[in-house]
Design a binder for this molecule. Structure first.
Ligand SMILES: [Cu+2]
Length: 102
């Protein structure tokens, strides 16, 4: 999978995740879709995509993961990478685009 994003802030680091609810949900995208729902959030239990936008605010993330996007995946949510903020706040507050997954 290679989701493409356009129109973001230039030269900015972003992280996106596969989420388990649609963008119509509150918050958009709901929670992270965990490969093992019992195991909690971690990089190995979720599909994370890190990318940096170019000078025009475009980016491409290549998903390289052993985890499979199954039918629990409903959306891709892009977050601004902000090392200053707590992971949880970050998740709730900095949802930039959200794309429903088909
Ligand atoms: Cu997320």
């Amino acid at each position: 999978m290679e989701p493409e994003v356009v129109g973001l802030m230039p030269e900015t680091d972003y992280t996106s995740h596969l989420h388990d609810a649609t963008c119509e949900s509150d918050p958009p995208g709901g929670d992270h879709r965990l490969a093992d729902p019992e195991a909690g959030m971690s990089e190995s239990n979720e599909v994370h995509l890190h990318f940096t936008t170019d000078a025009d605010g475009n980016g491409t993330a290549v998903i390289d993961s052993d985890l499979v996007a199954d039918d629990r995946v409903k959306a891709i949510v892009v977050h601004v990478d902000d090392p200053e903020s707590e992971a949880h706040d970050h998740m709730a507050s900095d949802r930039v685009p959200c794309g429903d997954f088909e």
